[in-house]
Write a protein that binds this ligand. Structure first.
Ligand code: UT7
Length: 331
């Protein structure tokens, strides 16, 4: 009997309407459009505005679009995994909130935190549930409302991140398509360079934690940059090599959108030309767990059955990884 694989059979996405441009940031912090564009590749990012608007608002819209497009009844969904570091609340899981809002009443659901690598961690976990033969329809979401944890007086972090969410549907197949191979890695010593200090059980929220600005993203950018460039490129090359993927047969590199220079370095390490690299960093910035599913959403119409996609990410933890997916349908 052929092995059961997990095929991506649909994509959904959502970004909020409000566009925060580099020009607007020039009026908020000491920066320039030229600095941001040349150092990161970002021109604008989306921001979710309004009271009581958590990350689940964007995920619900993305999942509704996915269900409408694939014509799947939400009651058929077995499992929803939501990769995010900006959950609506510490508990319940935002995945529970999404499942209820979209009518996935027969599913179980949970959140997963692996920062910018979160979508790849969740995709491979969801694929394992499908490959086990036990579940038939799994939705994997990646999304973050990074604007909720950014200090808009800190020019080193507020220019990078944006808000957005994307998702995919996984279903079983016995064809040679779907999630084929992956390598995932983590190294907790990365905590020193990229973290949100307070709000967890080590430093619960207090007047001091707020006045010390400990609820915002802390990042030592150049240190993270060096780890990201080396590790994301290396793991992508390893997955490519052991699957005989070369510049001739890789249809698309699907890299986490943190910095265009990191993306270029990864593409060059694997030998992929720029027109085979998915990119939307200029429009959305870094949406953390949202970047890879939002790329799939933006590029879905260009994808054909049998295309080889090499996904790669690096982020807080540190966490990093690469996933080889063979596309399962003509869009
Ligand atoms: O997705 C999660 C993982 N995160 C990443 O992968 C991010 C990795 N890091 C990066 O992308 C880059 O390090 C940054 C974009 C964050 C920063 O770029 P950089 O080229 O590494 O700059 P830097 O931190 O080395 O700073 C260079 C200079 C500094 O000034 P001095 O000390 O040389 O006078 C900064 O203060 O640039 C200054 N600077 C800015 N200047 C204008 C930092 N941010 C800004 C800014 N506008 N927004």
């Amino acid at each position: 009997m052929n092995k059961i694989r997990a095929a991506i059979t649909g994509v959904g996405g959502y970004v909020p309407d409000y566009i925060l441009t580099n020009k607007e940031l020039e009026n908020m912090v000491e920066t320039t459009d030229d600095w941001i564009t040349s150092r990161t590749g970002i021109k604008e990012r989306r921001i979710l505005k309004g009271e009581n608007q958590g990350v689940s608002v964007m995920a619900v819209e993305a999942v509704k679009r996915l269900l409408a497009k694939t014509k799947v009844d939400p009651k058929e969904i077995d499992l929803i995994i939501f990769a995010t570091v900006t959950a609506d609340m510490t508990f319940p899981a935002s995945a529970n909130i999404v499942a209820s809002a979209v009518g996935a009443t027969n599913s179980f659901s949970y959140d997963m935190g692996a920062a910018c690598s979160g979508f790849l961690y969740a995709l491979t976990t969801g694929a394992s549930f499908i490959e086990s033969g036990r579940y038939k329809k799994v939705i994997v979401i990646g999304g973050d409302k990074m604007s909720s944890i950014l200090d808009y007086t800190d020019r080193t972090t507020c220019i990078i991140f944006g808000d957005g969410a994307g998702c995919v549907l996984l279903e079983p197949t016995t064809e040679e398509v779907g999630v084929i191979d992956y390598i995932l890695k983590s190294d907790g010593s990365g905590e020193a360079y990229l973290h949100q200090k307070a709000g967890g059980s080590r430093i619960p929220a207090s007047i001091d934690s707020v006045s010390n600005k400990q609820h915002y993203v802390y990042q030592e950018g150049s240190a993270v940059y060096k780890f990201a460039v080396t590790n994301m490129a290396e793991v992508a090359a390893q997955v490519a090599e052991r699957n005989n993927l070369t510049k001739e047969n890789i249809s698309w590199l699907v890299p986490h959108q943190a910095n265009k220079r990191i993306i270029d370095a990864t593409a060059s390490r694997v030998g992929i030309a720029e027109d085979h690299v998915m990119m939307n960093i200029e429009r959305y910035g870094n949406t953390t767990a949202g970047t890879i599913p939002l790329l799939l959403w933006d590029y879905e119409t260009k994808l054909k059955k049998g295309d080889n996609l090499l996904m790669a990410a690096f982020g807080g933890g540190f966490t990093w990884g690469a996933v080889y997916v063979k596309w399962a349908y003509d869009s």
